[in-house]
Write a protein that binds this ligand. Structure first.
Ligand code: NAD
Length: 459
């Protein structure tokens, strides 16, 4: 672990670089983004291997959800950066005539990015892309829990960038706390709600703005009016990709009682299609990140009746894709975010019941609703709140750079991806430029005799 002095020195070095004004230059940002893209391409095999070592992440998932995802974000930023950085002219009220108004997106300065372990590459790199596009210098603290990916990120960044622009500081919570003692211009944190509170408290000491990308229990409500086969496939995939260790995975199923048996049978079928007779032998099924999470998840298997799965292997940190029926809201599996391959199933008769159950919990990061009926879709949107929503699909809402990704309430503060990333790491500076041509005296004292005109102006 670095000493506090060494940590301070890294921040100072970045501040000096920022103050040199180099990152203000859009051409410099474009060059930096291109270098990052090239480095990702050059390290593609090493990234996939690190993800395999940490999570047994299949290469297909490593490329689709981490490596290619980052490259797409870079391409999107490169395509739009010139228009994002252009000053935006806005209209000026007549009483300010002949002034002109504009808004410019200004870089914030030196930012801190703290990442979690579940998509350990992507969740460190995508915020970095936004930070660079917006003209900031950044320090990244990857998750120590995904240690192979953390080492890989440190190596990739140190080989690619001057530490004054981007620097990786590896370590656990003590390292984060050391970093938090420094003054940053923004802190971008992805992780659990409890740690999010620690980050926000520390940021408050320096009045540092935060983006908190947190988690929670994301419900998946399934109406009776659906395409069973498509719904089953999309829910099964969304739940068990990365062995359920996905912040927007459907945490639990709330299914209409009339369709429950059919849906569960179809999901069982999907599991067999995806991972074969025994998912432990599938090259496409990930493992639990560490023993702590393995032990935590194993205990959650005790609720209800297992429909499929339930098998475990401590040596491999393997937990089979598991669906549990007959679960109650009081069961341990319903008390916390599962963050693993266990899907509890609850049923409802009336949609209002399902909505009331969801609304009794903190606002989730994602809410999924499956129904062909437009009026019912509208009702769910109107009567619930969530960071993002997938209607008749899971997870895919975060694949569009046009859709800001973030939570609400306990699931987070702020959003990113695409333009939202650029906005997150920018300050919108408002500028009014007055002319010397006129100087209307209405606003200046003495005010005697001017009130009538003022009333007329603002009527
Ligand atoms: P975590 O909160 O335990 O750790 C996240 C980061 O914070 C790590 O870098 C870790 O080193 C650091 N950290 C941990 N404890 C700390 C402390 N006491 N003080 C300072 N820093 C500390 O989260 P995790 O276990 O890595 O990830 C799982 C959680 O993240 C889940 O709740 C999941 O839903 C959430 N998550 C959210 C998103 C999102 O985009 N909203 C994405 C992935 C994960």
């Amino acid at each position: 672990m670095l000493t506090q002095i060494a940590t301070s020195e890294i921040v100072k070095q970045q501040r000096r670089f920022f103050e040199s004004g180099k990152t203000n230059d859009v051409a410099f940002r474009i060059e930096t983004l291109k270098r990052l893209k090239q480095a990702i391409t050059d390290h593609e095999t090493a990234i996939a291997e690190a993800l395999q070592a940490d999570l047994n992440k299949p290469k297909f998932e490593a490329i689709a959800s981490e490596i290619a995802f980052c490259r797409e974000e870079i391409d999107y930023a490169l395509k739009h950066i010139k228009s994002w950085t252009k000053p935006k002219k806005v209209s000026t009220p007549v009483n300010l005539f002949p002034a002109k108004s504009q808004v410019i997106a200004e870089p914030l300065g030196v930012v801190l990015i703290v990442a979690p372990w579940n998509f350990p590459f992507q969740l460190a790199m995508v915020p970095l892309i936004g930070a660079i596009a917006a003209g900031n210098c950044a320090i990244i603290k990857p998750s120590e829990v995904a240690s192979h990916t953390s080492n890989l990120i440190a190596d990739l960044i140190s080989k690619t960038f001057n530490p004054g622009i981007v620097k990786v500081v590896e370590g656990g919570k003590e390292t984060t706390q050391q970093l938090l003692a420094e003054k940053f211009d923004h802190i971008f944190f992805t992780g659990g709600t409890q740690v999010g509170k620690i980050i926000m408290k520390a940021a408050a000491e320096n009045l540092t703005p935060v983006t908190l990308e947190l988690g929670g229990k994301s419900p998946c409500i399934v109406d009776s009016n659906i395409h069973i086969e498509h719904a089953a496939r999309r829910i099964t995939w969304g739940k068990f990709i990365n062995a359920g260790q996905t912040c927007v995975a459907p945490d639990y199923l709330l299914v209409h009682s009339s369709i429950k048996e059919q849906l569960l049978a179809a999901m069982k079928q999907c599991l067999q299609e995806f991972y074969g007779e025994n998912p432990a032998n599938s090259p496409d099924y990930a493992r639990i990140i560490n023993d702590n999470h393995y032990n935590r998840l194993s205990q959650l298997l005790e609720a209800g009746e297992i429909v499929v799965g339930g098998e475990t292997d401590a040596a491999q940190r393997y937990i089979a894709p598991t669906i549990i029926d007959q679960v109650d809201w009081d069961d341990a599996v319903m008390q916390e975010e599962i963050f693993g391959p266990i899907l509890p199933v609850l049923e409802y008769e009336e949609l209002e019941e399902a909505i009331a159950s969801v609304n009794a919990c903190p606002k989730p990061l994602a809410l999924y609703f499956f129904s062909k009926d437009r009026a019912t879709q509208k009702q769910v949107l109107q009567e619930t709140s969530s960071g993002g929503t997938g209607i008749n699909d899971t997870i895919m809402q975060l694949m569009s750079p046009e859709l800001p990704f973030g939570g609400v309430g306990n699931s987070g503060i702020g959003a990113y991806h695409g333009k939202a990333s650029f906005d997150t790491f920018s300050h919108q500076r408002s500028i009014l430029t007055q002319s010397f041509l006129l100087d209307i005296k209405l606003r200046y004292p003495p005010y005697e005799g001017k009130l009538k005109f003022l009333n007329w102006l603002f009527k």
